[in-house]
Design a protein around this ligand. Structure first.
Ligand SMILES: Nc1ncnc2c1ncn2[C@@H]1O[C@H](COP(=O)(O)OP(=O)(O)OP(=O)(O)O)[C@@H](O)[C@H]1O
Ligand SMILES: [Mg+2]
Length: 223
């Protein structure tokens, strides 16, 4: 599904964010991207979202080279992807239902379809009964789960998360990782950038380790 072939990213100021990165990800995989602050984790995710372009190499996502796709194709590319951020960026003046429905409203889906899909997405994160509440009435972990529901409501093939547990205590962080595993079980490919090594080690998934923009490890995380 994803192929990095000697992908490099040099920022306009000359800083090299990624050096000749090569790895493959199969459809349905669950993997972590780890490394110290500044290692290039967010850069890697931004390349997959076509928020940044590689400056060298080939980056294939579902057969398309992201170094070469036209700007007009980017919205179609992003429909295949869901994104979860550390601060979930919910709209606090809208209900949980409306927050999750937003991506579908942007796509212009009929109301009945939106309603059905939002229910399913909320069920996947165990929040169906909270649909009519507002985000400030939810706990931090529940808010992050709303962010995950919104990221998967359009049924993306690929789910990207950048430090999705960065603001959570260890128990909640583990719970949120469990939600990602559930989503992966249903067939979505999941890539999570995180520096929470203790948590990652317990989950025994594939882990890519970056160091100053270079890939220095690729294997199952162990304690
Ligand atoms: N727009 C930019 N222009 C120049 N340099 C950048 C830009 N964005 C990121 N960088 C640099 O590229 C390197 C990788 O940054 P990146 O944000 O990918 O790191 P990260 O692994 O996500 O770190 P963190 O754990 O702190 O989020 C850093 O040295 C950063 O300063
Ligand atoms: Mg980052």
């Amino acid at each position: 599904m994803i192929r990095f072939e000697q992908v490099g990213k040099r920022y306009p100021n000359g800083h090299v964010g990624l050096h000749e990165l090569s790895f493959h990800v199969q459809r349905g995989e669950f993997l972590f991207i780890t490394g110290h602050s500044g290692a290039g984790k967010s850069t890697l995710l931004r390349l997959l979202l076509a928020m940044e372009r590689p400056t060298s190499g080939k980056l294939l996502l579902a057969g398309q080279d992201l170094a070469r796709i036209g700007n007009a194709q980017i919205p179609y590319l992003r429909r295949q992807i869901g994104v979860v951020f550390q601060n979930h960026q919910l709209l606090f003046d809208r209900t949980v239902f409306d927050n999750v429905a937003l991506p579908l409203q942007i796509l212009g889906l009929p109301k009945a379809d939106i309603s059905e899909r939002v229910q399913i997405a909320l069920e996947r994160v165990s929040l169906r009964e909270k649909a009519e509440q507002f985000p400030h009435d939810l706990s931090t972990g529940q808010q992050q789960r709303v962010g995950i529901a919104r990221a998967v409501v359009h049924r993306p093939a690929l789910l990207l998360a950048d430090e999705p547990t960065g603001n959570l205590d260890p128990r909640l962080a583990a719970e949120i990782m469990g939600v990602f595993e559930d989503i992966n079980q249903l067939g979505t490919t999941v890539l999570i950038a995180s520096h929470d090594l203790a948590l990652i080690a317990r989950m025994r998934h594939r882990m890519l380790t970056l160091q100053r923009g270079r890939l220095i490890g690729d294997g199952e995380a162990t304690e």
